[in-house]
Design a protein around this ligand. Structure first.
Ligand SMILES: O=C(O)[C@@H](CO)OP(=O)(O)O
Length: 244
C-alpha cells in the first residue's frame, strides 16, 4: 500500500428513517444518524487514523457527520472542502416521496430501476418548481447546464470522477491523508470507478450509513484492497447486509 483513503457515507438521515427519496433535499441526521457518526469517529480514532484534510458535499447530513467525526477524533482544525460534486444523486420529482408507496403505485421493478439502474433518470423536477436547485444560492455559481433537475447514477459519476481526478487525487499524491464524507450514490459512483465495476455489477452495490470504508491504493492510485471498519456486531450486520 502506498496511500489510503477513507470514504464514509453520512449517518442515517431523517428521510432515510422515513424511507423517503432524498437526493439534494437538505435534510439533517436522525438521532440514530448522530450516534452512527459518533461511532464512526470512535472507530477511526481507536484504529489510529489521522487526517490532513476532508472532502464533503454541500448537504448538511454529510457535513454534520464530518463535524461529529472531527469532534470525536479531536480534529476540528481539519480543512474541509465542500463540493457540490460529492452531493447525493439528484432524485428529480421523486424527492420527498415514500419509496414503499412509490413501489405500490408504480411497481417494485420500476422503482428498483429508478433506484439502482445505472443510466435511468428519475422523472425530473419541473423548471419552475421552487425545489429546483437553480433557485438555491449554493449552486448559483454553476453554469445552468450543470444544475440537474434529475440524475442517473451515470450522470452522478460524470461529476464525481472529475472532482476525484482533478482535486482529490493530487491531494493524495501530495501525501495527504483524506476522509471523504458523502452519500450512498456519490460513493457508489466512486467505488464503481475505483474497482472497475460494470454497469450491471454496480446495481448490486449498496453502501451502509456511518461505517468507514477504507481503500488502499498503489503508486498508480489503483485499489489494492478495501474494507469496512465495523467493530460492533450491528455494524458488521449492516456491512454484510449491504456488501457487494
Ligand atoms: O434517497 C436517496 O437520496 C438515496 C439515499 O438514501 O436513496 P437510494 O438508496 O434509494 O438511492
Amino acid at each position: 500500500m502506498v496511500s489510503r483513503i477513507v470514504l464514509l457515507r453520512h449517518g442515517e438521515s431523517v428521510w432515510n428513517l422515513e424511507n423517503r427519496f432524498t437526493g439534494w433535499t437538505d435534510v439533517d441526521l436522525s438521532a440514530n444518524g448522530i450516534e452512527e457518526a459518533r461511532l464512526a469517529g470512535k472507530i477511526l480514532k481507536n484504529e489510529g487514523y489521522q487526517f490532513d484534510k476532508a472532502y464533503t458535499s454541500v448537504l448538511k447530513r454529510a457535513i454534520r457527520t464530518l463535524w461529529i467525526v472531527e469532534e470525536v477524533m479531536d480534529l476540528m482544525w481539519l480543512p474541509i472542502e465542500k463540493r457540490w460534486e460529492l452531493n447525493e444523486r439528484h432524485y428529480g420529482s421523486l424527492q420527498g416521496l415514500n419509496k414503499a408507496e412509490m413501489a405500490k403505485q408504480y411497481g417494485a421493478e420500476l422503482v428498483h430501476q429508478w433506484r439502482r439502474g445505472y443510466a435511468i433518470e428519475p422523472p425530473p423536477l419541473d423548471d419552475s418548481d421552487p425545489r429546483h436547485p437553480r433557485f438555491d444560492r449554493r449552486y448559483a455559481h454553476l453554469a445552468s447546464e450543470k444544475v440537474p433537475a434529475s440524475e442517473s447514477l451515470e450522470k452522478t459519476l460524470q461529476r464525481v470522477i472529475p472532482c476525484w481526478e482533478k482535486d482529490i487525487l493530487p491531494d493524495i499524491a501530495a501525501g495527504k491523508e483524506l476522509i471523504i464524507v458523502a452519500h450512498g450514490n456519490s460513493l457508489r459512483a466512486l467505488y464503481k470507478h475505483l474497482e472497475g465495476l460494470s454497469d450491471q455489477e454496480v446495481m448490486e452495490l449498496n453502501i451502509p450509513t456511518g461505517i468507514p470504508l477504507v481503500f488502499e491504493l498503489d503508486e498508480a492510485f489503483r485499489p489494492t484492497a478495501h474494507y469496512y471498519l465495523a467493530d460492533s456486531e450491528k455494524g458488521q450486520v449492516a456491512v454484510d447486509g449491504m456488501a457487494h
